[in-house]
Design a protein around this ligand. Structure first.
Ligand SMILES: C[S@@+](CC[C@H](N)C(=O)[O-])C[C@H]1O[C@@H](n2cnc3c(N)ncnc32)[C@H](O)[C@@H]1O
Length: 231
């Protein structure tokens, strides 16, 4: 069993995802109480890619987060640094162009993609701002970024209940449905340590993204941030 710490050494994070790959999507559905599908639809609407457009889905894991772009007729490149997640993705979706790569050193040329998106993965990247700069580098001028990540519930009573739900309920539930319950202890801890909506927006701006804005989903349990590369 591999447990990543909050200092997120990249090899520990990759090994942790290798361990959970087989049951990753099922565990997600159970722990998000079915909200995961709704969040994925919202990401696809925000990216709004269609035929003739090239989308990079970073930290794509098993490729589940890439499917809505393919369904919308865009060409999607799912990229991840966990070989276990990529192998599971290849088994389930052989048609996807799954690609191995590290978010902080992307194996793509400058100005390649119409849109770059990352769902539930930026939190796991050790150097957040390095990844945001790499995402900017590979985006075409005028192109966009959409980040889907756990965030801070806006209504304080709900925030308290949510934090209790996360810290207390998540690990015991994960023990029953996941192959690596420790990964879900890390999940709860990493959500608590993650910057709130305004702080993440500031990081995007510092990395060079323009017209940065966000939208809360499920009361701020998740936030979608977007930005544009200067035309
Ligand atoms: C929680 S999963 C999300 C998978 C998928 N995007 C989804 O929404 O289901 C996070 C993924 O980010 C990947 N990841 C974490 N750090 C990464 C990095 N530095 N470069 C590439 N992938 C990374 C992990 O390997 C893992 O597959």
């Amino acid at each position: 069993m591999t447990r990543a710490n909050l200092d997120k050494q990249p090899h520990e994070v990759a090994a942790m995802f290798d361990d959970v790959a087989a049951k990753y999507d099922l565990t997600n559905e159970v722990l998000s109480l079915g909200q995961a599908r709704f969040w994925r639809r919202a990401v696809a609407e925000a990216v709004a890619a269609g035929p003739g457009q090239l989308v990079l889905d970073l930290g794509a894991g098993t490729g589940t987060s890439s499917l809505p772009f393919q369904e919308a007729g865009a060409q999607v490149v799912p990229c991840d640094f966990s070989i276990g997640m990529l192998a599971e993705g290849k088994r389930r979706h052989p048609e996807l162009a799954l690609t191995a790569g590290d978010a902080t050193r992307l194996p793509f040329a400058d100005d390649s993609f119409d849109a770059v998106t990352i769902s539930f993965a930026l939190r796991n990247v050790q150097e957040t701002e390095a990844a945001l700069r790499e995402m900017l580098r590979v985006t075409k001028p005028g192109g966009k970024v959409v980040i889907c990540e756990f965030s801070t519930p806006t209504w304080s009573p709900f925030r308290t209940v949510y934090t209790e739900y996360l810290m207390r309920a998540l690990p015991p539930v994960a023990t029953r449905v996941s192959s690596n319950p420790d990964a879900y202890v890390y999940l709860a801890e990493s959500i608590r340590a993650w910057p709130d909506q305004a702080e993440l927006a500031a990081k995007l701006q510092r990395a060079g993204w323009q017209k940065v804005a966000w939208r809360n989903l499920t009361g701020g349990v998740v936030a979608l941030h977007r930005g544009f590369k200067a035309a």
